[in-house]
Write a protein that binds this ligand. Structure first.
Ligand code: ADP
Ligand code: ZN
Length: 372
């Protein structure tokens, strides 16, 4: 068990990592359930998968403690992050009589967490919420830090708000049912923490990837806790990404975003898979600039490949040029006019924001990688 505080002035909260914590939710989340003691129903949001798998145990534990959850269930997948679903969810919360002092519970992966977080940011100008992340990606990354959003016609996550949860409860046991491909995709974000800020953790992951992916309890908890501790530290110091610190968490994401755009944000390439390959490209591009050695870049690629994640651009079989991929990057949220900050590596375990990267050079680099 681990409790990791996120030290934000006035809005500090804990991330609790504990096997079986969802079955003890009434105890662990007691301060956030108080307002429902009068018999009002507790709003829970899930997708059909997380509802089927984990709602029964949660409902039973709440019932045994005198609480009645009411479930809002969405279809799995990005289509839940739309204006239409957001509207229905907000209307549902208002119909339940949610107040600003209440807390809404989000049981699911990044999709449910982003949707619920944003709904709670705007309902009654902001009500509380508790994250119960059920994918590895959400457990190590998206459930902590307060970034919430939906997708629109113009792109992914372009409408959203910073709204911090009041509590994050991580039950590593729920990963037992997560499809292996989703597990690997989430693991990419774990590797990200090693590469961006902790060389010893990266080396530990090189030695223990199989244990983590096999969900060996101790290895899994170490991987989740180390990732969250780093995220908590970064978010506490740079909540709104106004300095370069929080931007470090975007390592692999600019290349990754271009790959997701080119593959139509489809199942062909999951977000974590795109980030995995994006980190390989960031490492190789850093080597091309002479910032890290080629051997280190290939060490990063090796760790990604060993986890069964894509580590080669040519192997993706994209029918596009480097220029096309570079063009997708211009639409990145982080783009500032004509320039785009790039997350590169000074060494394994130390990322930095480069502001002098020329997109034509990126295109030439990507052409070489596409042909490799
Ligand atoms: P992410 O966290 O990567 O953004 P999603 O929220 O899209 O992912 O969830 C990915 C898929 O995994 C969805 O189909 C979701 O229903 C499913 N899922 C989430 N958590 C679990 C779990 N613990 N066991 C099985 N399937 C899960
Ligand atoms: Zn990501």
């Amino acid at each position: 068990m681990a409790v990791i505080p996120v030290a934000l002035a006035g809005r500090a909260y804990d991330v609790v990592i504990e096997e079986g914590v969802l079955e003890r939710i009434a105890d662990v989340a007691a301060p956030f359930l108080k307002g429902y003691a009068s018999g009002r129903r507790v709003p829970f949001v899930a997708d059909t998968n997380t509802h089927r798998l984990y709602a029964p145990a949660i409902t039973a534990n709440l019932a045994a403690n005198g609480f009645t959850p009411d479930w809002f269930v969405v279809e799995p997948g990005e289509d839940a992050k739309t204006w239409g679903v957001l509207e229905r969810l907000c209307d549902w919360l208002l119909a339940l009589g949610v107040t600003r002092k209440d807390h809404v519970f989000a049981l699911g992966g990044g999709v449910v967490g982003d949707l619920v977080g944003f709904a709670c940011a705007i309902t009654k100008r902001g009500c509380g919420f508790v994250q119960l992340p059920t994918t590895l990606l959400a457990q190590v990354d998206s459930s902590v830090g307060g970034k919430t959003a939906i997708n629109t016609r113009a792109g992914k996550n372009l409408i959203g708000a910073f709204h911090q949860p009041a509590l994050v409860l991580i039950d590593p046991l729920v990963l037992a049912t997560l499809p292996p491909r989703e597990m690997r995709a989430g693991y990419a974000e774990v590797v990200k923490y090693g590469l961006l800020g902790d060389a010893a953790f990266f080396a530990w992951l090189e030695a223990n990837a199989n244990m983590v992916l096999a969900r060996e309890p101790q290895a899994l908890e170490h991987a989740i806790a180390t990732s969250i501790a780093m995220k908590a530290r970064i978010v506490a110091a740079d909540e709104r990404e106004t300095q370069d610190l929080r931007a470090l968490l975007n390592l692999g994401h600019t290349f990754g975003h271009a790959l997701e755009a080119e593959t139509g944000f489809s199942d062909r390439l999951l977000h974590g898979e795109a980030v995995a390959l994006g980190m390989v490209l960031a490492a190789r591009y850093s080597a091309r600039r002479g910032e890290i050695g080629t051997a280190d870049a290939e060490r990063a690629a090796g760790a990604i490949a060993a986890a069964g994640l894509p580590a080669s651009l040519s192997a993706l079989g994209l029918a596009c040029t480097g220029t096309v991929l570079a063009r997708h990057m211009r639409h990145d949220k982080k783009a500032e006019g004509a320039t785009l900050p790039f997350l590169l590596l000074r060494k394994l375990g130390e990322a930095y924001v480069a502001r002098d990267v020329d997109l034509t050079d990126i295109a030439a680099f990507l052409d070489a990688e596409l042909a490799a």
